[in-house]
Design a protein around this ligand. Structure first.
Ligand code: TRP
Length: 329
């Protein structure tokens, strides 16, 4: 039986961080054996905010390199750059005929962007969900590993697919958000303010490109308090977060020791952070080094992008042929 198609897109903005790793990339890596996987860098989507051209190119390469460093295998999945697959733009055009100004203006992300940059309300921004639907439908994907913040975009993708099927005949299966084992591991910012972020509070975010010293410094500065005052206390979120990080990068013995110290009210956060910092350095260092090597090897990187684009275009081509026939007769 054919494997189900999984697809997800990553915007090439900012540096990838631990939150991305545990919220997304680690799951992609798990999916690559089980599904027919398409992962791509959404560089067309980035154009809505008019980024510097050179920086965009560098960011695209970094995202490709970091995803491979995290374990994505370009021989197993199609890892490609959106702009290398022109069939997506063609499908976007057809879907634009089925998407309405009113519904697009109502989406939360659009309203948010209008509020944040009222001087750049371009049509690309308005039709962002249409392009995202084209990304998904071009491979007739059914499983889309994304966070909760993408639920509305997913719902719109299903609406467009349904409208297309209704008007032109059954062409697309319905795509749904999907993640392994229910809840994703959420990584909070080290200052206790919200999630780790690509662009905000960089001193409280651990990036996959961080040098050893930066990792140590950030962890030693992580927010703590004077410690629990009663045995087996409930942990506040910024303390829980340190334990979450420790569970991810340290051995179970180490985690147990600090859990016991916490429950017995004898925990020394300074010691815990020192241990966490070293284990984190050992976790991030090989990823950082592999990604850096790859970014410096333009030839290999180009070959990987070409391999991904070829795979993606083979699949996109099959879909666009069906679509043309359905729409144009
Ligand atoms: N909008 C997504 C984000 O902000 C990125 C994205 C673009 C995407 N196209 C997609 C995600 C298709 C899943 C499927 O993260």
């Amino acid at each position: 039986m054919a494997k189900e198609v999984v697809l997800s897109g990553i915007r090439p903005t900012g540096f990838l961080h631990l939150g991305n790793y545990f919220g997304a990339m680690r799951n992609y890596v798990r999916m690559q054996d089980e599904y027919d996987c398409y992962f791509f860098v959404a560089n067309w989507h980035s154009l809505t905010t008019h980024p510097d051209t050179r920086e965009l190119g560098v960011a695209v390469n970094r995202v490709v390199a970091e995803n491979i460093a995290c374990g994505l295998d370009p021989d197993k999945v199609a890892l490609y750059v959106q702009s290398d697959v022109p069939e997506i733009a063609e499908l976007y055009l057809y879907l634009n005929m089925l998407s309405y100004k009113g519904e697009l203006e109502k989406t939360t992300t659009f309203k948010e962007k209008v509020r944040l940059s009222p001087d750049n309300v371009n049509a690309g921004l308005l039709t962002y969900p249409v392009l995202q639907a084209a990304d998904i439908l071009i491979h007739r994907a059914v499983k889309v590993p994304v966070g909760k913040d993408q639920e509305q975009n997913m719902e719109m993708a299903r609406n467009f697919a349904q409208r297309f099927n209704h008007r032109y005949g059954e062409t697309f299966p319905m795509p749904y958000g999907f993640n392994y084992g229910g809840e994703l591991v959420k990584i909070l910012s080290l200052d206790g303010n919200g999630k780790m972020s690509k662009s905000e509070n960089q001193l409280a975010t651990l990036y996959l490109a961080d040098e050893d010293e930066a990792i140590r410094k950030k962890i030693m500065k992580a927010k703590t308090d004077s410690g629990p005052t009663e045995p087996n206390a409930v942990k506040v979120d910024y303390i829980e977060n340190l334990f979450t990080l420790m569970k991810i990068v340290s051995t179970s013995d180490v985690v147990k020791k600090f859990e016991d110290d916490f429950n017995g009210c004898s925990i020394r956060y300074g010691d815990m952070k020192k241990q966490l910092a070293e284990d984190m350095v050992n976790f991030i260092k090989p990823i950082r080094e592999k990604a850096a090597d790859l970014q410096n090897n333009k030839e290999l990187l180009d070959r990987i992008k070409k391999q991904g684009a070829d795979k993606a275009r083979a699949s996109a081509n099959e879909t666009i042929k069906l679509v043309r026939k359905a729409v144009l007769g």
